[in-house]
Write a protein that binds this ligand. Structure first.
Ligand code: BES
Ligand code: MN
Ligand code: MN
Length: 469
């Protein structure tokens, strides 16, 4: 058995027990009531960094939730990898749909169930355990820096400033992130494209108070009716988004990209069954995979107002609200979409109501090169641990900091995630397979080894032989 596997086998029960402790801390970033959970999770990560052999582990204040920074420097001539992850999680709601309490992790059918099990506590935790393995067996072949944040799930609002203020400290050669999914357990995947996002809360106001819908019906502007009509106008019958200039700047994928996309196995029937829908929909002229990988989208995430309690209450509400988001692709500008949507949405309303638009989160899309040294090192590592070549894919999800690493630090990211799209991240009963959890710690050290080797061939001044490899 390989040394790495021996270490995993010997320690896996402890790894899982430690992860379960981490998952028991309710680190929901979007809700002030969970501030103890956020700070508790940050402290947990700091303690783990030290226990795993880091020379530096600090909790750093930001304008929002803290960043946990860590460092294990071995030799300045070796390449430096900046590992990113997030210790915050999504709210567990709707909590009544969980089979077990979301912050009391359990193991069932070889999977760990808890909020954050996959996204991202489970995935980031194995980076700590990889550090532990490498330091305890004296095999550090890269310098490692760690940045674990607590605001990813709310759009990383404080991170750009943090990166700008800590440029020197965060100097590295590449970023490594495990916060994405694989096609399936036999198809390891490297993500080379993430979508951007603009996320809005809109408010439509009619009468100054709720009114009887019989006494006043027919003459009073109903903000909920109006909001629904306005939202209905954001897409035409072909599923095309009608916001002026919305598609401006989009870079169409190359023929090779499109061919590569269609080589990826995707079973529409199986997918429909998995998510429980009768049919797929979307923008005309594109197939489902193209829509997910290459096309921008628009969704209402929630809509409310008026009476939503039990039974019938006849009312014309004073106010109507919705949370709306657009996922953006390569070439679109979140800033431009924010401006354009805010103006356009107001023009859709009749004069009888007031409209306000608030931006809750935004980030730019990200594309990373697939012909770089670290990308090839990651491809090799996945092939070594899974026994099959990984596929390169663009996905519909967003990780706000990835475009910021590029913009502020000039760093590309390697998105080597081990989850599955069926892990129910953000949904009730989120889980992470033990198989995936253990594959991670097998693969991460291989990445460092491959990358250090490739780096030293490309940089003759790198003294790889003097390190413990
Ligand atoms: N880890 C996810 C992104 C992701 C989702 C990657 C699915 C691969 C597959 C991340 O934590 C996330 O949920 N991001 C948010 C960002 C938003 C709040 C700005 C998202 O994509 O909705
Ligand atoms: Mn995540
Ligand atoms: Mn998430």
């Amino acid at each position: 058995m390989k040394e790495n596997q021996k270490y995993i086998t010997k320690n896996q029960e402890r790894f899982i027990a430690e992860l379960m402790d981490f998952l028991s801390i309710p680190s929901v970033s979007s809700n002030e009531d969970y501030i103890l959970g956020i700070n508790g999770a940050a402290k947990f990560v700091q303690r783990q960094l030290i226990a795993c052999g880091a020379n530096i582990a600090t909790i750093e204040k930001t304008e929002g939730h803290p960043v946990v920074y860590g460092e294990k420097m071995v030799d300045p001539s070796l390449p430096t990898v900046l590992v990113y992850g997030h210790y915050d999680v999504q709210p567990a709601d709707p909590i009544e749909l969980w089979d077990h309490p979301p912050f009391e992790p359990i193991i069932k059918d070889e999977k760990i169930y808890a909020r954050g099990a996959c996204d991202d506590k489970g995935q980031m935790f194995m980076h700590l355990k990889s550090l532990e393995y490498l330091t305890r067996t004296n095999q550090m072949c890269c310098n490692l820096k760690f940045i674990f944040e607590g605001e990813e799930e709310i759009g990383s609002p404080s991170l750009e400033k943090y990166l700008i203020n800590n440029k020197e400290k965060l100097k590295a050669d590449v970023v490594l992130v495990s916060d994405t999914a694989m096609i399936d357990n036999n198809t390891p995947s490297l993500i080379y494209g993430l979508k951007g996002i603009t996320y809005f809360e809109v408010e439509v106001t009619g009468p100054e108070k709720d009114l009887h819908s019989g006494i006043h019906g027919g003459v009073i502007p109903n903000p909920l009716n109006i909001l629904c009509t306005m939202i209905g106008k954001l897409q035409d019958e072909n599923g095309t988004i009608t916001i002026p200039g919305f598609y401006r700047g989009i870079v169409t994928p190359s023929d090779e990209e499109i061919t590569a996309l269609h080589r990826i196995p995707f079973d529409v029937e199986k997918y429909k069954k998995e998510v429980g829908v009768k049919a797929l929909t979307g923008e005309k002229g594109y197939d489902p995979m193209e829509r997910i990988a290459f096309r921008p989208t628009l969704d209402v995430n929630g809509i409310w107002g008026g009476y939503t309690g039990q039974g019938a209450k006849t009312v014309i509400p004073s106010k109507a609200f919705a949370k709306l988001s657009m996922r953006l692709v390569n070439g679109q500008s979140a800033k431009a979409v924010i401006r354009s949507f805010s103006n356009y949405f107001r023009t859709l309303a009749p004069d009888s109501v007031d409209v306000s638009v608030r931006v809750l989160a935004s980030c730019e899309s990200a594309l990373v090169p697939i012909d770089s040294l670290p990308f090839r090192a990651a491809e090799m590592a996945l092939e070594q641990s899974f026994g099959v070549k990984p596929v390169a894919v663009r996905i519909g999800g967003s990780i706000p900091v990835i475009s910021l690493f590029e913009k502020v630090l000039g760093l590309h990211s390697i998105l080597m995630g081990f989850g599955l799209d069926s892990d129910d991240i953000h949904s009730p009963n989120e889980h992470y397979g033990i198989f995936n959890f253990l594959k991670e710690i097998e693969t991460i050290p291989l990445f460092y080894e491959n990358y250090a080797k490739a780096f030293s061939s490309a940089n003759p001044k790198c003294f790889l032989a003097s390190s413990a490899m």
